[in-house]
Design a binder for this molecule. Structure first.
Ligand code: FES
Length: 565
């Protein structure tokens, strides 16, 4: 076996390299491998399957297909388990564990003998975690996505997680769908393997993985249950073997220009606000910054082209049938950096040249000259309430609320929100601004997707669909509304959000990209003097590591010691 290839890489240290290799081969042979197999380059397959992750339930079949591709190309496939993050099965929120999974992926890629790796993930936090880990390990890597779920036909309409989950829950809260009805809907929202069926965080991150050049061309949108998904898995395995022989490293693919391409795609697909945080974290592993002012410039010059829920009509499987992410990239070509290298070994421009003239369904992917919206879906806001930035998904918001001043109705925590939001005595009116404090990265809740504050029941029953809501939390990529998120610095570290009181005036101007707390500075200084941090760092374990090292949203909520300096 050639030195430093395959199983000879990274030997366990017994103080005698020859003994280490002999012992490793001996133990590998206990798994029935032949000498021929043990002489091959090794492709690791990072498997994030878990019984707590419905989105990944088809991974055994997918991984068989990856192995087929690796074997056919002359490699030895060896899968290994990593942390899995099933979005709705984790408490307090999957976000708290994204960095744990990223550390796991990074360290297991580095510690185990492999020449390249196929990262198999899909549910919201798994793809960013895998890309963060792979970027830090910097071993050749191919991202293989889970693929989206199929929507379900139900009572004459199509349902798909999770925009429809929220729509029906809002109807239930407003008294328009009874308990029997909501129970029936519950069984029809998520009916196949795969990730949420709309342009939520998982679909957005899949699209970003392809736009960055880390996933194979055309692979992001293939439905989880489509045979093409298995062919993409086989091709990913095959390509990983080629990368083992002729490495292209994540550091060559994840560059300032490819990150900017990914931001363009994020804006053009009307993607999730969460993707800003995740892409910032991935870029941070490559020593790159995602600048929120630059995001605004890109947003103003990138039209929305894709008509998918939660902002549009279609599902992710429709995007695949319409031409996939390639169709979006081809429309965006004049705005993209075409010289970016991808894991295929081709540049983005070379890839798009091959796809010239491919079929596009214009009902789903609009031409650049006739977009759905002339400007991108996301903007960053700055101002006295968010000196380091906040995010608004303007494509999912009500433009009538964009230039507005309102009275703050403050909830000091998620528990306070849950206790009082539906209280008939709550002093709240449609024109008020709902403010949630202490739901950011260091709040003890670990920045959950709680920014989609429920409309108070008495207003919802009266027919109110949207109002301005402000917090340091995130929101699900499948949610919608005039919702200002990721306010930084967060309340739990004493940011201005912590100082807001009931009745304060807040001014939102999307046109000026501002969110301001209209309270005299002297008054704020007085409030700051008596402010106390709401939570102490946990005494032990991962929760303590998290609390001591997690960064704010503008740094991707990565750990300070994991970013590339
Ligand atoms: Fe896994 Fe939505 S719950 S992608």
């Amino acid at each position: 076996m050639a030195e430093n290839i395959g199983l000879a890489r990274g030997l366990t240290n017994y103080g005698d390299a020859g003994f280490s290799l002999y012992l490793r081969r001996s133990f590998a042979k206990s798994m029935g491998y032949s000498d021929e197999m043990l002489s091959r380059p090794v492709v690791g397959i990072a498997d994030s399957k878990s019984g707590f992750n419905n989105c990944h339930r088809h991974f055994p079949e997918l991984i068989e297909a990856v192995k087929r591709g690796v074997l056919a190309a002359g490699g030895l496939p060896i899968e290994f388990p990593t942390v899995s993050l099933g979005e709705v099965f984790l408490s307090p929120t999957s976000m708290m564990f994204r960095n744990l999974m990223a550390m796991d992926v990074e360290e297991m890629i580095r510690a185990q003998p492999m020449d390249a790796v196929v990262l198999v993930g899909g549910c919201d936090k798994t793809v960013p975690a895998q890309l963060m880990g792979a970027a830090s390990a910097d071993l050749p890597a191919v991202q293989l996505l889970a693929g989206p779920m199929m929507p379900t036909s139900f009572h004459g309409e199509r349902l798909g997680a999770c925009t429809d989950c929220r729509r029906f829950w809002a109807l239930h809260r407003a008294g328009k769908v009874d308990q029997a009805g909501i129970s029936e809907v519950e069984g029809n929202l998520a009916t196949t393997a795969g990730t949420c069926a709309v342009m939520g965080t998982a679909s957005t991150m899949a699209s970003i993985a392809e736009a960055l050049g880390m996933a194979l061309p055309g692979s992001a949108a293939i439905p989880a249950v489509h045979a093409d998904r298995l062919r993409a898995a086989e091709a990913s395995g095959r390509r990983a073997v080629e990368l083992a022989h002729k490495p292209i490293r994540p550091s060559q693919v994840i560059t300032a220009n490819s990150v900017e391409n990914a931001l363009r795609v994020l804006l053009a697909i009307g993607g999730s606000t969460n993707a800003i945080v995740h892409l910032t974290a991935i870029a941070g592993r490559a020593g790159l910054r995602v600048d929120l002012d630059r995001l605004n410039e890109l947003s103003d010059s990138t039209p929305v082209l894709v008509d998918l829920k939660p902002t549009g009509q279609h599902y992710m499987s429709d995007l695949y049938a319409a031409g996939g992410v390639g169709a979006v990239l081809r429309e965006l070509r004049p705005l993209l950096h075409l010289d970016c290298l991808t894991v295929t070994g081709e540049t983005l421009g070379e890839r798009l040249a091959h796809e010239e003239g491919a079929w596009v369904d214009r009902a789903v992917v609009r031409p650049l000259a006739e977009p759905l919206e002339k400007v991108g879906g996301l903007v960053a806001l700055f101002g006295s309430l968010a000196p380091n930035g906040a995010i608004l998904k303007r494509s999912a918001a009500d433009p009538k609320l964009f230039e507005k001043e309102g009275r703050a109705v403050v909830f000091t925590s998620l528990d306070d929100l849950a206790a009082r939001v539906d209280d008939p005595a709550l002093d709240v009116a449609p024109e008020d601004f709902m403010v949630l404090q202490n739901a950011g990265p260091k709040s003890g809740y670990a920045m959950p997707e709680a920014g989609y504050l429920p409309i108070p029941a008495k207003l919802a029953r009266a027919g109110l669909k949207d109002m301005v809501r402000i917090s340091d939390a995130r929101m699900s990529g499948t949610a919608y509304g005039t919702i200002v998120l990721h306010v930084s610095p967060e309340a739990a570290v004493g940011g201005p959000l912590a100082l807001v009181k009931n009745g304060d005036r807040i001014r939102l101007s999307v046109k000026s990209r501002r969110i301001d707390l209209v309270v005299p500075e002297a008054e704020l200084a007085q409030r700051k003097a008596t402010w106390r941090a709401p939570v102490a760092a946990p005494a032990r374990g991962y929760a303590r590591l998290y609390m001591e090292h997690v960064l704010q949203a503008e740094d991707g909520c990565d750990f300070d010691f994991l970013r590339k300096t």
